[in-house]
Write a protein that binds this ligand. Structure first.
Ligand SMILES: Cc1cc2nc3c(=O)[nH]c(=O)nc-3n(C[C@H](O)[C@H](O)[C@H](O)COP(=O)(O)O)c2cc1C
Length: 185
């Protein structure tokens, strides 16, 4: 089945290591016939959530803040799979990705009980550290997030040992990301 995939790229370096993982994943996913739309959050005007709890009234522009999230909302609503792509920043995702993800709450506000749409999710992450222990806080967060949203985990790729732009070249995680794209059914 052809699936719709939205990639939220939280890396500020658009030719960086996270971008390498995204390119490999997209190659595999498109080869399998899926439709992918990537948002490079660093280039977008996206403000953090204000917690006003006033969203959800306008179905086409559900947040009370009007900014580039309005480009993301319709693609997110249509998507079967949400890809969270980020470098590790202080054992977490970047502020760019967190801000965009928090703002998706406005879509849940369309439902009186704040019910989230059911999605599949994928995590792609690059980091300097290269141990299981280094990735543990992010894995923990990612799994807790999915459990509470009742989203299905469609895969995770963690590329450790990459610091500077270009370090990802030849990294085995690139093949993992491509294979993950190819494996989507
Ligand atoms: C502000 C900042 C915080 C970082 N924090 C971590 C960290 O907690 N753990 C880690 O392993 N790497 C950390 N790194 C390294 C990045 O995750 C690494 O350079 C990654 O490859 C960057 O991906 P990019 O090329 O997509 O920007 C940090 C880098 C920066 C700039």
């Amino acid at each position: 089945m052809n699936k719709k995939i939205i990639i939220l790229n939280g890396s500020p370096r658009l030719k960086g290591n996270t971008a390498g993982l995204i390119d490999a994943f997209v190659q595999g996913a498109e080869q399998t016939g899926h439709t992918v739309k990537t948002f490079n959050l660093q280039k977008m005007n996206i403000h953090p959530c204000l917690g006003c709890l006033g969203g959800g009234k306008n179905p086409d522009s559900p947040c009370t803040q009007k900014d580039d999230m309005d480009q993301i909302y319709p693609v997110y609503e249509e998507a079967d799979i949400v890809v969270l792509a980020s470098p590790m920043y202080y054992w977490s995702i970047t502020a760019q990705l967190k801000a965009a993800f928090d703002r998706l709450f406005a879509v849940a506000e369309k439902d009186g009980d704040y019910r989230n749409q059911k999605k599949e999710c994928i995590m792609l992450m690059a980091a300097e550290g290269d141990t299981r222990d280094n990735f543990e806080p992010v894995e923990h967060y990612y799994h807790a997030l999915l459990k509470h949203l009742e989203w299905k985990n469609a895969g995770e790729v963690y590329a450790g040992g990459v610091m500077k732009i270009g370090d990802i070249k030849g990294h085995p995680a690139l093949d993992e990301a491509r294979q993950l794209g190819l494996s989507i059914q």
